[in-house]
Design a binder for this molecule. Structure first.
Ligand code: PEP
Length: 251
């Protein structure tokens, strides 16, 4: 059975001390709660080892927000999948629209990142989604299909089974605009159908597909109530423990 997941993405926010304070707040808030979903916090690289140690006896798991597309070597400033795994992080966000747009990460680069993450035992949280013009032109299905085919559908069924997908319409990220539950369910069902066509129904049924894009306490329940929406990837609302907990409580 697939997991319900609420995953935070802190992006480039929080100093080390602020990040430790946020993770501590969340850990305390969840100490007596029994979340009905897996809880993941995606932090900048510099927080990973400290936060992973901090939450190791709690229900919280840790994710990186990125990893390098190279194994190791002379790539100044990069952080490899092996390095991420050595911190205790279990997940790695790959293909976030901000990385695609601002750092020109194309299908080939993302395919490399996914393979390296898997080779080092990390579970990729792989982001897909269309920009506003593509949605307005009715091209959202085409876009997510190409993103899946370009970077993931080379994987074996066994490796694909380790992937968490996050559908994030770019026009909804950080904008306050959210896809309606109907819009999100429709494309999540389409994405699951593509996975079923490629890998079979059992793999598709086991694949967690998260929604991301201005998800917050007030809209999470409506989104998560849909059969093909298995949780959320949360940016802004993951930066305050109480806001993030409200989303976790939607399950
Ligand atoms: C994100 O960056 O993955 C995201 C969904 O951001 P926000 O929740 O702020 O829209």
């Amino acid at each position: 059975m697939r997991k319900n997941i609420v995953a935070g993405n802190w992006k480039m926010n929080k100093t080390l001390q602020e990040g430790v304070a946020l993770a501590t707040d969340l850990k305390n808030l969840l100490a007596d709660a029994k979340p009905n979903c897996e809880v993941i916090i995606g932090t900048p690289f510099i927080h990973l080892a400290t936060v992973a140690e901090l939450v190791k006896d709690s229900c919280i798991k840790v994710s990186a927000e990125n990893c390098a597309d190279k194994e190791s070597g002379a790539y100044t400033g990069e952080v490899s999948a092996a390095m991420v795994a050595s911190t205790g992080a279990e997940y790695c966000i790959i293909g976030h629209s901000e990385r695609r747009a601002y750092y020109h990460e194309d299908y080939d680069i993302l395919r490399e990142k996914v393979q390296l993450a898997l080779a080092h035992g990390l579970k990729p949280i792989f982001c897909i989604g269309e920009v506003k013009e593509e949605r307005e032109a009715g091209k959202q299905n085409e876009v997510v299909k190409a993103q899946l085919e370009g970077s993931l559908f080379n994987l074996s069924a066994e490796d694909f089974g380790k992937i968490v997908l996050a559908y994030e319409p770019v026009w909804a990220i950080g904008t306050g605009l959210t896809a309606t539950p109907e819009q999100a369910q429709e494309i999540h069902a389409y994405i699951r159908g593509l996975v079923a066509e490629k890998y079979g129904q059992a793999v598709a049924d086991d694949c967690s597909i998260l929604y991301g894009g201005s998800c917050k306490g007030s809209n999470a329940k409506g989104l998560f109530a849909n059969p093909d929406i298995d949780g959320g990837l949360i940016g802004g609302a993951s930066l305050k423990a109480a806001d993030f907990k409200e989303i976790i409580d939607a399950f």
